[in-house]
Design a protein around this ligand. Structure first.
Ligand SMILES: Cc1cc2nc3c(=O)[nH]c(=O)nc-3n(C[C@H](O)[C@H](O)[C@H](O)COP(=O)(O)O)c2cc1C
Length: 140
């Protein structure tokens, strides 16, 4: 993963939300197929991590554009209870190469710790910087 220099005031927004039961993996693939060209057009980059229960998404781009996209994502019926964990100005993007990277965090031995942390974040609606760094690594 590389980073790129920022031309305008840009932010990174991270939120967590809960999958609706009807949102199966095929539905998430549909979201990805639609989101990728949309994000490319809007010069938004990011990544979407998901488990059986949660979505955790990073969105990066011009503040007003990211805020507008997040508002539209919040209205989406395929998930619920979206909460912003971080909204901060950035000098460099973490996901500059991806319009939308999507990764499923499988519920296996290897991912137990990450899943436990995600469940904690989901309940507390709070995240620490080091937890976010950990998720970034998992997404790379
Ligand atoms: C968890 C989740 C993440 C999403 N991420 C994006 C995204 O990064 N970009 C995007 O355009 N739409 C995303 N969507 C879909 C939007 O909510 C909305 O359906 C879409 O932007 C509408 O696109 P359209 O105007 O091309 O129909 C996401 C939806 C969900 C449930």
């Amino acid at each position: 993963m590389t980073t790129s220099l920022i031309e305008k005031d840009e932010i990174q927004l991270v939120y967590i939300s809960e999958r609706c039961i009807s949102t199966d993996d095929a539905a998430i693939n549909k979201i990805k197929l639609r989101a990728e060209p949309n994000n490319y057009r809007r010069n938004i980059t990011g990544a979407l991590l998901f488990t059986e229960r949660y979505f955790l998404q990073y969105l990066e781009g011009e503040a007003a554009v990211v805020d507008a996209l997040y508002a539209s994502i919040c209205r989406d019926k395929r998930h619920t209870n979206a909460r912003v964990l971080l909204r901060a100005p950035i000098k460099q993007r973490d996901f500059s190469r991806w319009s939308l990277g999507v990764k499923k965090l499988l519920d296996n031995q290897e991912n137990q710790d990450l899943i436990a942390v995600l469940n904690m974040i989901g309940q507390a609606s709070k995240v620490t910087e080091s937890q976010l760094d950990w998720f970034k690594l998992a997404l790379k």
